[in-house]
Design a protein around this ligand. Structure first.
Ligand code: ACO
Length: 321
């Protein structure tokens, strides 16, 4: 059975930087509070002419160039996003059109911040079964457009961006295992309404992220601890076998708790949230790309990717890079 090997990565961050100081001019907060409680100093904000699909294209083209393949070699495109350009066509189809690819299938997955891990899990099943040979995965988000900029509990956290990864069938190790889960019981703790189609009690809710942050925080820490244990056990590994942790970039305190569970120094953890905030389904792929490109993650090393998000959804992917 073939492995899904990483053959290229890419990312895109919009130009505009929004700092904690800027946010503290419009809501009752401060740079010190935000940095101490989240680890975030600034985030990127997409321009008026940018969209999930336009950002995905830039990240995807970078990954394609890094892999040195022609776009038409891609036979499956999976886009993870909670902020699609259109209800339909999928952002996957819009990306397919932008890349000029004809002979492939493209679709979106919606698993909030866990989206790119869900996409990797799906891609791995396609590659292992022989149904696809080369898969492009992109996580792309314009969180700034679904954030209520008057709500200090959420507007301090999110940012915009896209990350991409290309996987190809290979005889040598790539993805070792993926583990994905969801539990729809927690809808009320973290959700974003869709006002145009909402009914009943939800009819008049604006289309902004709503989150009971403190409760989400506690569940995220416990759940990520469990999934890390499960991933290690499934691969007969212990903590010392992991070279790098690439976590979802939600909050530095959640990341530090997972690193502690793995007995890892923070030097082995890829952290990008300080200047990016939480880019939801894009965050793990943006962080992975950064550490590959700056040479921290080396071929042959073992990398654990993990994420937690609305749903709740959560998951991990263990990769021999
Ligand atoms: N500035 C100043 N004070 C604030 C702010 C702010 N921006 N936000 C909240 N506070 C206040 C609260 O009102 C509260 O005041 P009180 O004690 O007088 O009632 C106090 O600070 C503590 O509030 P908490 O909510 O307990 O703060 P906490 O330390 O939990 O931090 C945060 C809040 C940053 C939101 C944190 O809970 C968090 O990161 N949660 C997890 C987010 C997450 O992982 N989400 C999942 C992924 S996102 C997705 O899937 C789309």
């Amino acid at each position: 059975m073939p492995y899904s090997r990483v053959i290229g990565t890419g990312a895109y961050l919009p130009e505009e930087i929004r700092t904690n100081e800027q946010i503290s001019q419009t809501v009752d907060t401060s740079d010190a509070w935000i940095y101490e409680r989240t680890g975030i100093k600034s985030r990127r904000i997409a321009g008026a002419d940018e969209s999930a699909a336009s950002m995905a294209e830039v990240a995807a083209r970078q990954a394609i160039a890094a892999a040195n393949i022609k776009p038409e070699a891609i036979d499956l495109i999976i886009v993870a996003t909670g902020t699609p350009d259109r209800v339909y066509p999928s952002t996957g189809c819009l990306l397919q059109q932008r890349l000029g690819i004809k002979n492939s299938v493209a679709f979106d997955v919606q698993a909030a911040c866990s989206g790119s891990i869900f996409a990797m899990s799906i891609a791995d099943q396609y590659i292992k079964s022989g149904a696809a040979k080369t898969v492009l995965i992109v996580g792309t988000e314009i969180c700034s457009r679904i954030v209520d900029w008057t709500d200090r509990g959420t507007c301090i956290l999110f940012g915009d961006g896209a990350g991409a990864i290309l996987l190809a069938a290979s005889d040598s190790a790539g993805i070792m295992s993926t583990h994905i889960y969801s539990d729809g019981e927690y809808e009320d703790m973290l959700y974003c309404p869709n006002p145009q189609v909402a009914t009943g009690d939800n009819k008049d809710e604006p289309g902004y992220i709503s989150m009971r942050g403190n409760e989400v925080f506690k569940i995220a820490v416990n759940t990520l601890g469990r999934i890390v244990d499960e991933t290690l056990a499934a691969n007969n590994m212990d903590q010392s076998d992991i070279d790098w942790l690439v976590p979802h970039q939600a909050n530095i305190r959640i990341i530090a708790a997972t690193a502690k569970k793995l007995k890892m120094s923070m030097d082995q953890v890829v952290v990008t949230l300080e200047n990016q905030g939480n880019t939801s389904s894009a965050s793990v792929l943006i962080a992975f790309n950064e550490a590959v490109r700056d040479g921290r993650i080396q071929r042959g090393q073992v990398v654990l990717l993990e994420a937690f998000g609305a749903g709740f959804t959560w998951g991990s992917a263990l990769i021999k890079y």
